[in-house]
Design a protein around this ligand. Structure first.
Ligand SMILES: [Zn+2]
Ligand SMILES: [Zn+2]
Ligand SMILES: [Zn+2]
Length: 257
């Protein structure tokens, strides 16, 4: 529904917070009051709904599932007006959602991106960092059964370095036994991935140590053999190969007298 000019200048008193606000700060609901808007402002309404969601998580989940079922066969319109910038845009300028009657987001992609950016900016949303911390702690508890204090204790015990390479960690990874779920310690992402590539197997790791101390190629050929140093297939290695070939050529042709 496009906003007319008079609605942006008209004001209305919110019956919850008592403040007088512009009509566009109230949710449009033709069935609600005579002026076609909700009796409480969007802010109060959102606050009330959030509180209800938090108090009744199961009911909220059931409601969401009902919405999904209800809008399962939603017919997506070719064009839609963005609720924020009021532009009439094609359906491809909106993200799909399963929770609306037309299967599209209420804001266009640009407005949605702006809104998300605003929400993620700690200057504009002071609660964001707090929220992030809470979310991380929740995941830590759920996945690894660790409190933030437990994590700190382990990291202090490891002197804040990776347990394998002893390097300071920017993003410490909690390493755990995939079979039993037992927490082993904190590793840097590289060491954690390296363990994963060895399938967390002690036998494979010991075989790797044996391999690195006694090379099968040397034993087979009877003497050490050397190829080009560096990673294979890289630009630096190709350059080195060219240089060596040139050197070889100059050695092969005797200097003219
Ligand atoms: Zn209000
Ligand atoms: Zn928009
Ligand atoms: Zn490491």
């Amino acid at each position: 529904m496009a906003r007319t000019k008079e609605t942006t200048t008209d004001t209305k008193r919110c019956r919850r917070c008592g403040r007088r606000k512009r009509l566009n700060k109230f949710t449009i609901n033709p069935a609600c009051t005579a002026d076609g808007h909700e009796w409480e402002c969007i802010r109060c309404r959102n606050k009330r709904i959030r509180a209800w969601q938090k108090a009744n998580p199961r009911k909220f989940h059931r409601y969401i599932m009902k919405l999904r079922k209800k809008y399962r066969h939603a017919v997506i319109p070719a064009e839609k007006t963005c609720q924020k910038c009021q532009r009439l845009l094609s359906q491809f300028d909106f993200y799909r959602t399963k929770y609306s009657s037309d299967g599209l987001d209420q804001y266009c992609k640009t407005c949605r991106a702006n809104k998300n950016k605003k929400w993620r900016d700690p200057k504009q949303n002071p609660n964001y960092l707090d929220h992030l911390k809470k979310q991380r702690n929740k995941i830590l508890m759920m996945q690894f059964n660790l409190t933030p204090d437990d994590k700190l204790t382990i990291l202090t015990f490891q002197h804040n370095v990776c347990a394998i390479c002893k390097q300071p960690m920017k993003h410490p990874n909690c390493d755990h036994d995939h079979k039993t779920g037992q927490i082993r310690g904190y590793l840097c992402p590289m060491c954690n991935r390296a363990l994963g590539r060895f399938r967390d197997s002690l036998d494979r790791l010991q075989a790797a140590v044996a391999y690195m101390t006694n090379f099968p190629a040397t034993s087979a050929l009877g003497a050490p053999r050397f190829g080009l140093p560096g990673r294979t297939g890289t630009k630096a290695q190709r350059k080195l190969a060219k240089k060596l070939a040139k050197q070889q050529k100059s050695l092969d042709t005797p200097p003219e007298l």
